[in-house]
Design a protein around this ligand. Sequence first.
Ligand code: GNR
Ligand code: NI
Length: 177
Amino acid sequence: MSDDALLPILLVPDARLRARARPVGPGDADTVRDLAPRMLASMYAAPGIGLAAPQVGVGLRLVVVDLQKDEARDPLVLVNPEIVATSAEQATREEGCLSLPGQYAEVTRPARVRLRYQDLTGARREIEAEGLLSTCLQHEVDHLDGVLFVDHLSPLKRNMILRKLAKELKAKARERA
Ligand code: GNR
Ligand code: NI
């Protein structure tokens, strides 16, 4: 199937965002070849700088990322990404998530990460990231484990954000009715 339609992005509290995704295997080659470009298109349309397969209802360890600096596209597709090393140094950055639209909070994570993954051809690759790319990659790998950026906050801040989101989504649903 080769359908260019955008993939709907699941919103909290969809249970599929809380499930652990399974590794991509040799039998998933067709699925991944079809899904990766559609995930990229959906990410660009949102717009966002990253998207994990569970956010579009697919429980596979597949992530797309593009920081889109200077409007030049530089898509990165990561199959079975794994964080293999993190810096002791931490960094705090404001995060948002397409599955929690309109919600933002400062999250502290390791400043730098080394990530192992496979590209679309199945070749093993490794990258080291810092800055926004480091934050984004950690945020995406979290999604594969059913973890959201609000899980890194205090229960008080997390609940404030979740309640605010629920209220805003309810108001939006009412507007549409
Ligand atoms: O578009 C996104 N921006 C962003 C900003 C700071 C930290 C992480 C991100 S990822 C997010 C898209 C998304 O929800 N990916 O899962
Ligand atoms: Ni996200």
